[in-house]
Write a protein that binds this ligand. Sequence first.
Ligand SMILES: [Zn+2]
Ligand SMILES: [Zn+2]
Ligand SMILES: [Zn+2]
Length: 451
Amino acid sequence: MRQLSEADRDAIGLAQDLKFPRLLEQITATGGCSHPVHLSGSTTTLDGTTGELLRHYDTGTEPGERLLVRCRNRRATVCPACSRLHAGDTFHLVRAGLLGGKNVPPTVRHRPRLFVTLTAPSFGNVHRAGELCRPRRDRGTCEHDRPRSCGAVHGPDDPSVGKPLCADCYDYTGHVLWHAHASKLWDRFVIDVRRRLASSVGLVQSRFRDHARLSFARVAEYQKRAAVHVHAVVRLDGPNGPADEPPPWAADRLIDAVRSSARRVLVRTPYSPAVGELVLRWGEQVDVRPLHAEGDGPGDDAVAAYVAKYVTKGASETGAGIDHRVTTWDDIESASVKAHVRTLMRACWRLGGLPEYEPLNLRTWAHTLGYRGHILTKSRAYSTTFAALRAERAQHVAGVDVPGAVTERNWRYVGSGHTPGAALIAAGIADDIAQNRAVAREALRAGGDAT
Ligand SMILES: [Zn+2]
Ligand SMILES: [Zn+2]
Ligand SMILES: [Zn+2]
C-alpha cells in the first residue's frame, strides 16, 4: 500500500469525524485562511424592551467547541487567503477615492487627481537592469580599488541588480537614516503642497482649508536597491470634502505645486557626533501623472490595482529585509538575505545604539531597513477605511442587527493554526476561491469586450 503523508492521514481522520461538514464550512468561511484564530464563547441577542431571546450562538456544538476566524495577515508568504482579501480591501479603498463608492460620492472622479511616484535619492551606484549597466569612459577605480563602471547588460532577475558597485563607497548610513525619515519627508511634502497652492494666490497657509482640501493614499515599495519609493494618489477637493468642487485656481496649480514640493522639501537628521547632520530629500526621479475622468490617462482601476499589489508583499518577498523583527545582532547575521540587505540591517543596529537616534527606533525596525511607516497610508478624507470595509463584510455574514436589540458577546482566544490535515484542506479551499475569482474576472472581461 502507498505510504500516506502525515497531512493526508490527518485529513482522512478529520473527514471521518461526524462534525467534518461543519469544520469544512468553518474553513470555507475563513476563505481557507492558513493560520486561523480559534475562539470559544457565545453571542446572545435579546430584544431591548421585552428581553425576548432573538438569537443565540455558542461554540458548544462546534467541532472542537471552537470557531475559526481569519488571521487577517496582509502578507502572501504568511497567509495567501488573507493577503488576497487584504489586497482586495486595498483595491476598493484606493478605487473608492478615485471613482467613488463605499460611501464616497462618485463626483470624486471629476476632481483633480494625480498619480505621483517619489523615489529615494542615490546612496551610491548600484548595478541596474535593462541597458548597459554603468558605462564610463575612463574606467577608473574607486579608493577601494573597485571598478567604477560595469559594462554588463543585466537581466531583471540577475542577482547583482541593486547591488552597489562598491559596498565601501555606498552610503549605508544615509540609506537607513533616509528610510527612518521617509514618513516625515512625506508629511512635509503634503504640507508644502498646501502651502504652495495657498501662496500662489496670496493666501496664508492656515486659510487653505477654507478653500480646498488635499487628500491622498500612498504605498511604499522597496526597489531592487532595497530603498523605499512611494506611489500615491493625490486628490484635490473643495473645502467640504469629496462632494465639493475645489476652486479652479487650485486645480490648475496642483501639478506644479506637487513637482516643486517634491524637489524642495527636506528633513534634517538629529545632530550626531558620529554622523553629523544629514539633509534628506526625495530623489531626482519624480513622476507626476494626471488621472483623467475620461480620456487617455492611466485607467483608475489600473492605478488602484497597481497600488494594491504592493500591499500584500512582505519585506522578505521583495528581497528587502525580513518579515519579523530581529532582537539580536546574531539574528541579523543568520537572516537569509543578500549581503547588501544584511549591511543595511547592520547599519540600523549600529546607528540604533546611538543615543541621538533613539527616537528613530532603528533596532526595532532593522528588519524593514529602518523604514517604519505603514505600507499603505491615507489621509482621513481620501476614502473609506479598512475597518469600514471589514464591518461591511461582517454585516453580510452576520445579517443586519435588529433595531433596539441588545447583544452580549463573550469570547476568548483558545489557540491558532491548523492541524496538518486541516491545513491541506484550507489550502485547497483558498486555491478554489482564488481560481473561481479569476474565472469570474475573465468572464466579466470577456463580457465587457463583447459589448
Ligand atoms: Zn489568514
Ligand atoms: Zn552591472
Ligand atoms: Zn569604493
